[in-house]
Design a protein around this ligand. Sequence first.
Ligand SMILES: N[C@@H](CCC(=O)N[C@@H](CS)C(=O)NCC(=O)O)C(=O)O
Length: 211
Amino acid sequence: MTKPILYHCQGARSLRCLWAAEEAGFDLDLKMLPFPPRFFAPEFKEINPLGTIPAWIENGEMMTESGAICQRIAMGTSLEVLPGEPGYFAYLNWLHRSDATLTFPQTIVLRYTRLEPKERRLPQAVEDYKGFFLGRAKSIEAALADGREFLAADRFTVADICVAYALYLSRTLKLDDELGPLCQEWLAKMVAREGFMRAVEREKEGPVSGL
Ligand SMILES: N[C@@H](CCC(=O)N[C@@H](CS)C(=O)NCC(=O)O)C(=O)O
């Protein structure tokens, strides 16, 4: 059986999937692309018509949501929480919150501080969405209170990976200084994991041409 393929750009949301694969010992075929593929690898749209990464191809089926791909990678490992286990609903909620609620506002900040040409930058949008992100990140601070080390089921799961990526992105955007102390401490522990460090080493393999 052929290995699943992960299309990834350095530092992007697809890092969640690469990190999850490293933690799970999941063998995949990594294809690095330049960012954004829409401009620098337009042929990628023939694979993923959305033009977004990650894209994950397995047995002829494609997935394009980083949280869903992490959920798939976790299957059958301690990184997943099963229905019926305590913490299952928190697990599902954090998995979805990680992108929809915690990453999304940061992408507005990223776009209007760095990606758009100077004349299209929008300081008001940056300020507003930075505020959204920092307000929403308080939910992580609350979840880590009372000495809790993980977000769900009292163990390290892909929910931690997905949420920690959102905080890792906040470092890139220099928003992390304004996070609460528990978030900062937790992020430092998450990125010190060997699985994370292997993933960031591996993503330096790209970018590649030829899909
Ligand atoms: N909800 C999706 C979002 C995917 C997404 O928007 N990816 C960004 C990268 S961080 C992308 O490919 N942006 C490039 C573009 O839209 O051209 C996920 O969690 O994977």
